[in-house]
Design a protein around this ligand. Structure first.
Ligand SMILES: C[S@@+](CC[C@H](N)C(=O)[O-])C[C@H]1O[C@@H](n2cnc3c(N)ncnc32)[C@H](O)[C@@H]1O
Length: 296
């Protein structure tokens, strides 16, 4: 990086720049467009087929792929990046990653930054993008399938279900990064009609469940855990707030699992939606007409 730019200063400068005026590029492109710069691509949950078409094309064109280590399935790297230099970002800080990508891009190489799932969820993509932009390197995002969606597909359910789960929370438990007062899992679960999807919490399932019980959540509340959703060694462990901690400890999983709390994840009953009900078939059934229940 340039001598005067430490990463936090670069992030602050970029945020300041856009605080009063939106980046013009926001209005010039859709999320599916190929663009100038370094794409920050969501690799999806693991299975190579769950990468987007845009992501696959970008990887196939890349000279350098900086990827998220063991969170990205090596089968995906083998399938689409066998011609590219591969760099594992794990253990590298911004001071190392930003100059690496900046210099490669400056040398005319095609660079892709590959994050697991979708970069917008617990991805720390934006700080790399801001630091690169501050160094004059354009960047953009290419979405991916987040692991909560792979887990719900594995469980053959929806995260929202009419009358059962009206909301979804993407969250993480307290720990080194999140203070106890910012841990809202008990509030989400306590609402009753939320499917709570816990990222980054595999190592702390038992503690998380203990805290839920202490805060009054019923121990028989259903919990489904999907380890390595969409990977060859995918595993499903189902239980309740009262017993899932012990089951996960017994299985030995300490990372890479999605913890889903709530009735929808457990495949509970639900009410049929309006969308395919009598309401939708009454009168002029114009598919262009939007209604609040269009996607129910
Ligand atoms: C650093 S976060 C990255 C999340 C990623 N950006 C996403 O959208 O899925 C890593 C956490 O995502 C979850 N995760 C990632 N891949 C997963 C998978 N294939 N199956 C289940 N959980 C996964 C785990 O909770 C893991 O601790």
């Amino acid at each position: 990086m340039t001598d005067d730019a430490d990463p936090q200063a670069a992030i602050d400068a970029q945020r300041e720049k856009h605080a009063h005026e939106r980046d013009e590029r926001v209005y010039e492109h859709t999320a599916g467009d190929d663009r100038e710069g370094i794409p920050f691509v969501g690799a999806g949950p693991g299975h190579p087929r769950l990468l987007t078409v845009a992501g696959k094309e970008l990887l196939e064109d890349a000279d350098l792929v900086v990827h998220a280590g063991s969170l990205v399935n090596s089968e995906l790297l083998e399938a689409y990046c066998d011609h590219a230099e591969l760099v594992n970002s794990v253990g590298k800080d911004l001071e190392e990653l930003v100059p690496l990508m900046r210099d490669a891009y400056g040398d005319g190489r095609t660079v892709v930054r590959l994050h697991s799932g979708d970069p917008a969820i617990y991805g720390a993509a934006l700080e790399q993008m801001d630091a690169l932009e501050h160094e004059g390197v354009p960047t953009y995002l290419v979405p991916g399938v987040t692991s909560a969606f792979a887990a719900s597909a594995t469980l053959r359910t929806q995260l929202t279900l009419n009358e059962t789960a009206n909301h979804v929370a993407f969250t993480r438990p307290q720990g080194k990064t999140l203070d106890a007062e910012d841990d809202h899992i008990a509030e989400f679960v306590g609402m009753g009609d939320v499917t709570t999807c816990i990222y980054l919490g595999t190592h702390a399932v038992a503690d998380t469940m203990d805290r839920l019980v202490e805060s009054g959540v019923a121990p028989d509340t259903p919990v489904s855990v999907v380890y390595h959703a969409s990977w060859p060694d995918e595993d499903i462990i189902e239980g309740t707030v009262g017993d899932i901690g012990e089951k996960i400890d017994d299985a030995g999983y300490r990372a890479s699992a999605m913890v889903l709390i709530g009735d929808a994840a457990a495949g509970a009953g639900y009410e049929r939606s309006y969308l395919y009900g009598g309401w939708a078939n009454q009168g002029d059934n114009d598919t262009e007409t939007e209604s609040p229940s269009d996607d129910d």
